[in-house]
Design a protein around this ligand. Structure first.
Ligand SMILES: NC(=O)c1ccc[n+]([C@@H]2O[C@H](COP(=O)([O-])OP(=O)(O)OC[C@H]3O[C@@H](n4cnc5c(N)ncnc54)[C@H](OP(=O)(O)O)[C@@H]3O)[C@@H](O)[C@H]2O)c1
Length: 326
């Protein structure tokens, strides 16, 4: 099968198409004929040699895909040949074929094309875990979604809004109108000097109940200043660095919490549980259009270098999709 490979880690230019052996489905696994996959920030790190795949995972890039089931392994009961599915992967999405556990594959709602569907799993599953499990966001509460124009951020805004939260998104200035269009009640320029004051003014001086934090290090003091009493900051990304100063006095007095979230290295059992939760609680909203992936651009697999360059230069707004099947 055709797949994107790289012999040496480095910039986008190291990526190229090659023929590699196709996987075969084991017990409870589906073989998917991949129609599309989508980029994730982690792909850039893996390409640079900074984020190796977890043990047992495909060494190929690609943390999600959509496609059609072409073969089922022994014991499969939840899907059949011909089904349109979308799935979270620990790797292997940048290829014509991939295998996944039957419980991790979700049915593609009728209204979504397979290109749309490829943009759903990583963004929406990560955002729903962050907001609903780690941040314990409830209706009427407020949340700050940082890097709100990112793939995961664009999903987080929609899920938080659907849950009845007051949503503030922060991003670079060119992305603010799109952040509002995604449903944010307020969009804040992340370069704004009076960022904290503007956020406090919008929350009657309290600060926000939850923060979905993709930035970390450099912005940690500022984000902690935005957090209300008993607020939860969920660390998901390290765009601004892995270390930062936390004011423990403030944390203690305001009874704030900081939690970490990672998706890729979770066990199959944990992934089955989170996918099941999503299937039950949010997939119906994807099916009827209340939640929709925000696509940036679709590139053919052969243009993977240009797609990586676009993400690396922070030009994308929402998800970059790679069309695998022409
Ligand atoms: N923990 C997990 O399991 C998990 C899962 C999925 C994703 N993630 C993380 O979530 C983040 C978003 O991923 P993605 O694939 O959705 O990313 P993406 O679509 O590439 O979007 C990232 C955006 O973040 C903004 N940004 C870049 N550097 C920044 C900085 N230093 N400070 C503030 N904003 C910055 C840029 O937008 P602006 O133009 O607004 O600056 C950029 O376009 C990444 O950090 C990724 O590693 C984590």
């Amino acid at each position: 099968m055709k797949a994107v490979v790289f012999e040496q880690s480095g910039g986008p230019e190291v990526l190229r198409l090659a023929e590699v052996p196709a996987p075969t489905p084991g017990e409870h696994e589906l073989l998917i004929d991949v129609h599309a996959t989508a980029l994730n920030r982690a792909d850039l790190l893996q390409r640079r040699g900074l984020y190796p795949p977890p043990p047992g995972a495909s060494a190929l890039l690609g943390l999600e895909c959509s496609g059609v089931v072409v073969q089922v392994g022994p014991g499969v009961t939840r899907a059949a040949v011909g089904d349109r599915v979308m799935a979270l992967l620990a790797g292997g999405g940048y290829a014509e074929r991939v295998v996944v556990h039957e419980g991790i594959a979700l049915p593609v709602p009728e209204r979504l094309s397979l290109e749309d569907a490829a943009a759903v799993p990583e963004a929406f599953l990560t955002a729903s875990e962050a907001l609903l499990v780690e941040a314990e966001l409830r209706a009427g509460q407020s949340v700050l979604v940082t890097a709100a124009g990112s793939g995961v951020g664009s999903a987080a805004i929609q899920i938080a809004k659907l849950r009845g939260a007051f949503v503030i998104g922060s991003a670079s200035a060119p992305k603010l109108s799109a952040v509002r269009a995604l449903g944010a009640d307020l969009a804040l320029d992340r370069e704004r000097e009076d960022f904290v004051e503007a956020l406090r003014a919008a929350t009657s001086g309290r600060g926000v109940d939850a923060i979905v934090d993709f930035v970390g290090g450099s912005a940690l003091p500022r984000h902690q200043s935005c957090l209300a009493e008993r607020g939860r900051l969920v660390a998901i990304g390290l765009l601004g660095g892995a270390t930062g100063a936390l004011d423990l006095g403030r944390l203690l007095m305001k009874r704030q919490q900081v939690r970490g979230l990672v998706m890729r290295t979770r066990s199959t059992l944990e992934k089955l549980e989170l996918v099941e939760r999503f299937r039950r609680e949010l997939l119906p909203a994807v099916a009827d259009g209340r939640l929709a992936p925000r696509l940036d651009q679709i590139f053919p697999l052969s243009a993977v270098v240009a797609a990586h360059e676009r993400m690396e230069q922070n030009q994308s707004l929402g998800k970059i999709v790679l069309r695998v099947k022409e």
